[in-house]
Design a protein around this ligand. Sequence first.
Ligand code: GDP
Length: 214
Amino acid sequence: MADTSKTEEQEALEAGRKLFAQECRFIAGAMALEALPPPSLPEIAFAGRSNVGKSSLVNALTGRKTLAKVSSMPGRTQQINFFDLGGRLMLVDLPGYGYSKVGKAKSALWTATTQVFLKGRPTLRRVMLLIDARRGPNAHDRAAMDQFDEAAVSFQAVLTKADKVEPDDLAQLLKSLAKELAGHVAAHPDIAVTSAYDGTGIPALRAALAELAQ
Ligand code: GDP
């Protein structure tokens, strides 16, 4: 029996590797609702506070160094950026939240466009909510979780920068976060542990995302 499950796991990892080896193309950067590309492929959105490591994670997943750079270019930080992965999955980079650079808008978690996107996107399969493994969730992350619950958008926690934390601290965070997520109706129970620096959890996350692809 153990052999069978191992084969399944290997198959899932292989499916993830293959999907993320495909071409990944920047499709659109949308500031306003009218600029959102029409829903087509299944979509996975990436959300998190500014500096959480979102660009680095998207680049590590796709094996490209500059892909998500487009989203951090001045003037584009409030855009929703769409990347077509092999014609099978749309990766959606949401604006980072909770950082003073955004100026006045910083008190709002997200722009109206992002909120409408989260509520009404029929193709949105899951939001990956990135949380810095050194810090755990903060008030902004918790507000985002509440928002996903309200919008009935399935979300999954992804810890970033795992290379920076001691195993004991990581274990403790996983325990408390699992407990917290259990209180959110829209939360997926699995927590991904990743590092864009040493590659921890990247193949497993690719495999999980491949299961949601077309
Ligand atoms: P974003 O603003 O969420 O897109 O974050 P970035 O990807 O630009 O990363 C923010 C900072 O965190 C940068 O200084 C990165 O070098 C650093 N960083 C990103 N990923 C990792 C990681 O896996 N491990 C470590 N140690 N640092 C990381």
